[in-house]
Ligand binder design. Structure first.
Ligand SMILES: Cc1cc2nc3c(=O)[nH]c(=O)nc-3n(C[C@H](O)[C@H](O)[C@H](O)COP(=O)(O)OP(=O)(O)OC[C@H]3O[C@@H](n4cnc5c(N)ncnc54)[C@H](O)[C@@H]3O)c2cc1C
Length: 465
């Protein structure tokens, strides 16, 4: 869908009829073919080449690795949206173009013929096993034809449009898998009898379901508050995307900026936390969780990819602190803060959320102070020091955003009497958990991010040997 959408938006209309009906119908598969052996996080180092031919098509040569659904016999054709450099193009990101490169090209009489795209390997992965991930070779026999999407040298900007959508869906996938793991562990916690209430001394009493132990409740609440909060984050981003589409002028800019700011968070926070959340589900199963007899271990394996593909967490940390926070002189952050402050003001009006609202307000102040401090660090000590703990900044930012969303959810419960009482009580409990157990973890992050002790910059890498 993503690849087809890219053709629809950026490629010449003459390609629409050729590819879109088959791709949208699922008869042909689409891919994003970006990664190369020497260019993973650093896409500016792509070396695949494209040479323009007299008929306006291009000859492609290169290798792409880790391509999701890069090849299979489930479909008749695979259409790669491939990044390559036209001969003579400038170095770096400015010289990257995008091409439509089908595995089978269409001849003049409408039949399919091999387009010199070959699978030279398949990766054996720890999870995500339903998708074949291929190592592809293009143009081994100098006969791989490609068609330019849009204009030369603008390929990366087209790809990023598709990747922003993909990033929000990565966050959503991580949340969904965590949700499945949570429900599996919840069911088990209600069924498994083990031990008795710690205050009970009588071994004659029947054993209790483990959900009655405080620590098991904590593990379930950890999963539930992460999942509901992360789902709320993805929905908030979808709402901003919708509003951006239907508004104009300043309003449009406002939603666009907030969406841009939250995209690295919406991708990476759920992806990272999902590793802990699915691991916690295993823990609730005890020894059985470690076996293949129960599904928890599969969820743990399945979710591990999310911090790696569509940009690793480090790359999103760099994006957030290095670009998004400073975008338009900090306008995106300012707009988001205004949204958060509105919810804080509402939450302060209710006894059951007043204290949490005050806590979040304090955290926001600390975050602003920290961001100013880091700007000074950038000026005085340079960009390498400034960005050295960008991943921690992303974690901090994500945790505070989740705090905001928990207040937003409880505001809705406080303001709507029609909401089911038990549902609302459960939301208040989760919000309380989040502010008592999760938000305080930001203190350690603040301490580290403000420290002037440069542990990872300027040291000899050999010392880590
Ligand atoms: C299952 C799977 C499916 C995939 N599907 C696709 C696909 O469909 N299409 C596609 O094009 N690619 C795909 N990929 C590739 C994926 O996008 C890359 O693996 C990812 O971008 C990381 O690149 P890399 O593996 O080369 O790691 P590297 O870039 O070598 O990174 C290794 C480590 O170094 C860190 N690092 C690298 N550069 C920096 C930096 N500047 N600052 C700080 N830390 C840094 C990273 O964060 C990471 O921890 C897939 C990968 C997998 C595993």
């Amino acid at each position: 869908m993503g690849a087809a959408h890219l053709i629809e938006v950026f490629a010449d209309k003459k390609y629409h009829d050729v590819y879109l009906p088959k791709m949208f119908a699922g008869e042909w598969q689409g891919t994003m073919a970006l990664t190369e052996p020497g260019a993973g996080s650093s896409l500016s180092d792509v070396v695949s080449t494209a040479e323009k031919q007299d008929d306006g098509t291009y000859k492609l040569v290169g290798q792409k690795i880790f391509i999701s659904c890069g090849d299979s016999d489930v479909v008749d054709n695979v259409v790669h949206l491939m990044l390559a450099r036209v001969k003579g193009a400038p170095a770096g990101t400015k010289g990257i173009s995008m091409f439509i490169v089908p595995r089978e090209r269409i001849t003049e009489d409408g039949t399919l013929e091999h387009n010199d795209v070959t699978s030279i390997g398949v990766y054996h992965k720890m999870g995500y096993k339903g998708a074949p991930i291929a190592h592809l070779s293009f143009g081994e026999n100098n006969d791989c034809q490609g068609w330019l999407v849009g204009e030369e040298n603008k390929g990366l900007s087209y790809m990023f449009q598709m990747m922003n959508e993909a990033r929000i869906s990565v966050g959503l996938h991580a949340t969904s898998i965590s949700s499945a793991a949570y429900y599996a562990s919840l069911k088990y916690a209600n069924e498994r009898l083990q031990g008795r209430n710690i205050a009970e001394k009588n071994p004659e009493l029947p054993q209790t379901p483990i959900i009655n132990h405080a620590d098991v409740k904590r593990m379930l609440l950890f999963q539930k508050t992460f999942i509901d909060g992360a789902l709320c984050l993805e929905l908030q981003c979808s709402y901003f995307a919708d509003m951006e589409r239907v508004t104009e002028g300043d309003e449009k800019e406002k939603y666009n900026l907030m969406l841009e700011l939250l995209t690295p968070v919406a991708k990476s926070y759920p992806a990272e936390m999902s590793n802990f959340s699915t691991s916690t589900a295993i823990q609730i199963f005890g020894g059985y969780g470690f076996t293949k007899d129960f599904i928890a271990e599969q969820y743990y394996r399945e979710t591990r990819i999310h911090t790696i593909h569509e940009g690793t967490t480090a790359i999103h940390g760099l994006d957030l602190l290095g670009r998004k926070v400073m975008m338009k002189n900090g306008k995106a952050v300012m707009l988001l803060m205004q949204e958060v402050m509105q919810d804080i003001a509402k939450a302060k009006q209710h006894e059951n959320t007043k204290a949490h609202a005050t806590t979040l307000e304090k955290k926001l102040g600390q975050l602003q102070e920290l961001s100013m401090h880091l700007m000074t660090v950038a000026q005085k000590e340079g960009v390498e020091v400034y960005l050295s703990d960008a991943t921690l900044y992303l974690e901090l930012f994500g945790t505070i955003v989740l705090g905001w969303l928990w207040l937003k959810m409880t505001n809705t419960c406080n303001e709507n009497e029609s909401i089911d009482k038990t549902f609302a009580e459960s939301k208040f409990l989760c919000c309380n958990y989040f502010f008592e157990y999760e938000l305080p973890k930001t203190e350690g992050l603040f301490t580290r991010l403000k420290s002037t002790n440069r542990v990872t910059v300027g040291i000899d890498s050999k010392l880590i040997d």
